[in-house]
Design a protein around this ligand. Structure first.
Ligand code: GLU
Length: 305
């Protein structure tokens, strides 16, 4: 397996030059554009790595899958989905156009920024700090990495430049989708996006989802199966931004990407996969990371369809 993974990483390096680093979060410009790595964690607990799997990057939108499950646990399905929809948009992840034009006004799904900000505001806690601590503790548990931390520079960079997210959040408060303090809710969201991980960490998250919310090492049920199913379904329909349809056809398993260059995938009943490649395509997905997943899907026969 290691030899195969090594070969795939080397084969796909040529795609790196075709992509770019995101400009709208200045700190992400410091990423290593040429990094490319992959990790696999099977639900039996076997691990395989290749390339730059020790490279650290921020989790970004991949965190939306976890905050959704925590909000569902805290508030229940009917509360969450009365405020956030279940449909893909076909629009870019940071688009605000449908927020006002579609009535009743609610974000289309929890994977676009507007929906994810609303979802993070629903996590129970007496303060923003308490909510982010709860999120971080949960990430540490499911990654089996007690050392996970927030990258303060990326967090501050997002906070300083996140005017579009801020605008959407205030709009959502106006129409009653968010009831909590806006700056506190944005802080939780910016911090959760700034958690620093490696491909191994996100492959563990994928394995936890692939195993329906039961920890693959301890056997403990960490999340209700229903909420894990909902999360995986959103990964299929909206996980790769407005490239989710093409991804379902060419790769065919639940996955979530982030603008830090990571992609977390869950192959149901089999394995979690983490890839990193900070060079992004025009939709915000890791350009070489996508190619690695295409190869894995084909050669290991992983499509669920
Ligand atoms: N923190 C990023 C933002 O809010 C997350 C976007 C992403 O990874 O898609 O714009």
């Amino acid at each position: 397996m290691e030899n195969y993974l090594q070969k795939v990483v080397e084969d796909k390096r040529s795609y790196i030059d075709k992509g770019t680093l995101p400009e709208y979060i200045p700190e992400l410009q410091k990423a290593r554009k040429d990094a490319l790595g992959v990790s696999i964690v099977t639900i039996e607990g076997d691990t395989h790595h290749a390339g730059d799997y020790k490279y650290s990057f921020t989790i970004q939108s991949i965190s939306k899958v976890i905050s959704l499950m925590l909000a569902l646990k805290d508030k229940g399905e009917s509360y969450v989905f009365s405020r956030v929809g279940m449909e893909p948009t076909g629009d870019p992840f940071n688009s605000m156009v449908k927020l006002e034009t579609v009535r009743p006004s609610k974000p289309f799904n929890p994977m676009i920024n507007a929906g994810a900000i609303a979802v993070s505001s629903m996590i129970e806690g007496n303060s923003g700090e308490e909510k982010i601590k709860k999120l971080l503790d949960f990430f540490r548990k499911i990654t089996h990495n007690p050392e996970l931390e927030i990258n303060e520079d990326v967090y501050l960079s997002e906070k300083r430049t996140g005017d579009r997210n801020r605008a959407m959040a205030y709009f959502m408060k106006d129409v009653g989708v968010i009831t909590e303090d806006i700056e506190d809710s944005l802080d939780v969201y910016f911090r959760q996006c700034s958690i620093e991980v490696t491909t191994k960490d996100i492959a563990y998250i994928g394995a936890f989802l692939a195993n329906n919310g039961v920890d693959i090492i301890t056997g403990e049920r960490v999340m209700e199966e229903r909420f894990v199913k909902i999360a995986k379904t959103f990964m299929v329909t909206c996980g790769m931004y407005n490239g989710s349809g093409e991804f379902a056809i060419n790769v065919g398993f639940p996955a979530k990407s982030g603008v830090g260059g990571g992609i977390m995938a869950a192959v149901p009943g089999k394995m979690g996969i983490g890839v990193v490649g900070p060079s992004l395509d025009e939709k915000g997905n890791s350009i070489a990371g996508l190619e690695i997943l295409k190869d894995l899907s084909k050669n290991l026969d992983l499509s669920i369809f």
